[in-house]
Write a protein that binds this ligand. Sequence first.
Ligand code: ZN
Length: 641
Amino acid sequence: MLEQSDFIYQDERFADIQLLRYQVPGFKELSLRQKLLIYHLSRAALLGRDILWDQNGTYNLRIRQVLETIYTQYQGDRFSADFQQFTIYLKRVWFSNGIHHHYGYQKFTPGFSQQFFIDAAGQVGVAVDDLLPIIFDATVLSKRVNQAEGDDLLLTSASNYYQDGITQAEAEAFYARQKEKGDSLHPIMYGMNSRLEKRSDGTLHENIWKSGGMYGPYIDRIIAALKDAIPYAENQKQQAVIEKLIEFYQSGNLKTFDEYTILWVQDTESKVDFTNGFTEVYGDPLGLKASWEGYVNFVDPIATRRSQALSDNAQWFEDHSPIDPRFRKKECKGVSAKVINAAILGGDLYPSSAIGINLPNSNWIRAEYGSKSVTIGNLTHAYDEAAKDSGLRQEFVIDEPTLTLLNKYAGICDDLHTDLHECLGHGSGQLLPGVDPDALKAYGSTIEEARADLFGLYYLADEKLVELGLTPNAEAYQAQYYSYLMNGVLTQLVRIEEGHQIEEAHMRNRALIARWTIQHFPEAASLTEKDGKHYIKVHSYPMLRTAFATLLAEIQRIKSEGDLSAARQLVEEFGVKVDAQLHAEVLNRWRALNLSPYKGFINPEYELVYDEQGNVCDVEIRYGEAYDNQMLRYGKLYSNP
Ligand code: ZN
């Protein structure tokens, strides 16, 4: 077994991507039964990969096949500039599960010539004529998810959730009618597992993702892998979860999905857990259709104690939250919190992954049955290891004392902020009776992330955390306050291309909080200039906490009342626009450091080990696979049967 110190976390770099590897601590110590459960669930987590590729765009699977054929069979000069650029393009497409950037959503611009591509395709015998505008014309399908106000969000988005030609107004009317007809107390997540299509007579219908329906062959293989996992389930509850998920994949019935979700939320005893299915809605500009993702994890007992301390005190935090008492939950329940280690990442969580996950997304199930929050410890650890000595902090932190503060406390406070965000933030507060959970429309995700972040920021400075033994002293929170503002105003801009605006919900949220704060509370913190470089200067940390409390109260009001116009105004004013001059400065400073803004992970490999009688006696875990080999292997093993 590799010791922690021998493990190489950083792998290859290309374009704006740094690939990392993650270790799976504790895997070897699991029982054979648990290992086999993880083995089969891991296969299920990888088998939906092509569903996501197709969801991300109509041409993605074909383009991948063409690119991979050229990559593996090309006989020309593989050291030519064109082929090198072609390789980078393919690696980016692999990373994004399609031809659009995974985070900014803009279409990639190939660095190789169209003529090279035509010649190479001809040489390996694949037809590409109809793909040329898709790959080379910047005006065709230019954005995967467009959220610009005033545009028809469906006609201008390249994702494949709605058939070409269906307008935003048509889709919104279709789902408004479904909602009206449905159970308003226990609303199912209308539209989350289907593509909306138009018949020849102009009426709309849903093409359901299920066995025998759209994506049926993929779903059947996922079902088979889930069935292989059942004999190794840890207990009856977990077995019931897997069986209900299979039932959902077979019927596509969203009521069954809710039943599955409830069983899943209630299984808090199993050490191994998983997500497999249509989950997050960030890829749909209307926030209805869920992208496919899969991952498998198991509990990290030490780190779990930390977030358990928070969830044990959930009611205390809710009762002391600086929001209008009408918006507080009278009874905070079911906030389960555990730190887990990922065993495999699949679908929309691969290679770029979240480090904290809070599910389910159904509001009424969260209210009645609770939710599960996890921080993925081994991914966080891999990020931390890779970030050490990057030089970013030295460049953007204003002075030595602040740098010392961050070096001392930033790691622990960042973990704790993630815990507060996931374990308490999202679960806190309530809607006023009768408020539509989707009232904030396209602004809902940003407002929700801001709410959870502000909840965390506010409590990070609370003496309660010292009392619970979660922070070392009453000053440590200052490290997170500083780095949060620095990131929201300055350093996260490195993820945005010059001339672009902020699109992604988490980034919009960070910009919103940081920029609102320095505008409304200049006595707490400000943006200052020193030798042509901008820095965050904090004047008063306690005042900063007051600023966060003030904004939290307003964001919670917006959410609880469903105040769309206030949400729009806040997000548009503080979360979206980028100051071109400041952006250019940040990019220059950052380029000089020569770092990558995005990171993602290469998965470990699992392999069955047999004894002399031919029985499975162990599951081996290996870490060495190269990025391109892993992608090509997945393409072979998990593509259309
Ligand atoms: Zn969140």
